[in-house]
Ligand binder design. Structure first.
Ligand code: CO8
Length: 256
């Protein structure tokens, strides 16, 4: 059996490729277990500064594997807490970029939204088509999509099940950048290497602070940010970063 994912390391960047192209990278339990278990030790590795998650040219992922789910009963879904393990991927602390080419539908769109940002090829298509299957989004689509694009657009996507292209996705805030398909990985890797070159303590704190904005009030969020900012003055990387600026040289961060 082919490995459900391919994990490669380029210096401080880890590239994870979903590897079921013939099934449009439909997300089955094998993929979920491979992603969560293989990335867990890398998430803790101080020498890994960024994850990149990608699919094939045709499909980032066409959703949860409908064939795997179709015959399950409520008690099976509930007792195994079906697909809850993806929460572990969302909780990884290493910055993660989704590189989306082709379809990102249902659980595929939701998996992309679990990443810190989405870079989309100009052929990317996003959607939450679960309604067509008699169900609703189940991996965060009703929650993360609403926070990213607002209620009206989220309702449009979730209730009609239509797809949106990369331009619309960028316009409404789902996607950070749209890139010509043949340049997608170059640009994603450039951004990933930039992020991975910074202090991992600072990048971890930065994403925690941004994520907090979606969870809390402005007053609490501002206090959380300020306290995190203060706490970074306990790190050697803060000293190095500011010293390097004053000395007009490139900082050499150690993640300490
Ligand atoms: N599941 C299983 N198999 C799939 C899936 C899928 N989601 N998507 C595609 N495939 C398979 C097809 O069955 C086909 O298999 P085969 O070759 O054996 O017939 C193969 O992939 C190629 O598919 P197509 O021939 O359809 O390829 P096209 O390029 O013509 O079309 C599409 C690609 C548009 C992506 C089309 O395949 C499609 O619409 N797929 C289904 C999309 C969808 O409905 N996704 C939502 C799934 S439900 C979901 O994601 C819920 C997530 C929450 C779960 C959490 C629970 C708690």
């Amino acid at each position: 059996m082919e490995n459900p994912i391919i994990v490669e390391r380029k210096e401080r960047v880890v590239i994870v490729t979903l590897n079921r192209p013939a099934a449009r990278n439909a997300l089955n339990s094998d993929i979920m277990n491979a992603v969560t278990s293989e990335l867990a030790p890398l998430d803790r590795d101080p020498d890994v500064g960024c994850f990149v998650l990608r699919g094939s040219d045709k499909a980032f992922a066409a959703g949860a594997d409908i064939k795997e789910m179709a015959e399950k009963s409520f008690s099976e879904m509930y007792s195994e807490d079906f697909f809850a393990a993806w929460d572990r991927f969302a909780a990884f602390r290493t910055p993660k970029i989704a590189a989306v080419s082709g379809y990102a539908l249902g659980g595929g769109c939701e998996l992309a939204m679990m990443c810190d940002m989405i870079f989309a090829a100009d052929n990317a298509m996003f959607g939450q088509p679960e309604i067509k299957l008699g169900v609703i989004p189940g991996m965060g689509g009703s929650q993360r999509l609403t926070r990213l694009v607002g209620k009206s657009k989220a309702m449009d996507m979730v209730l009609t099940g239509r797809m949106m292209d990369a331009v619309e996705a960028e316009r409404c805030g789902l996607v950070a950048r749209v890139i010509p398909a043949d340049q997608l990985m170059d640009e994603v890797l450039k951004a990933a290497q930039t992020i991975a070159g910074y202090s991992k303590i600072a990048t971890t704190a930065a994403r925690e602070a941004v994520d907090r904005a979606l969870e809390t009030s402005l007053r609490e969020g501002l206090l959380f940010e300020r306290r995190l900012f203060h706490s970074l003055f306990a790190t050697a990387d803060q000293k190095e970063g500011m010293k390097a600026f004053v000395e007009k040289r490139v900082a050499d961060f150690k993640g300490k």
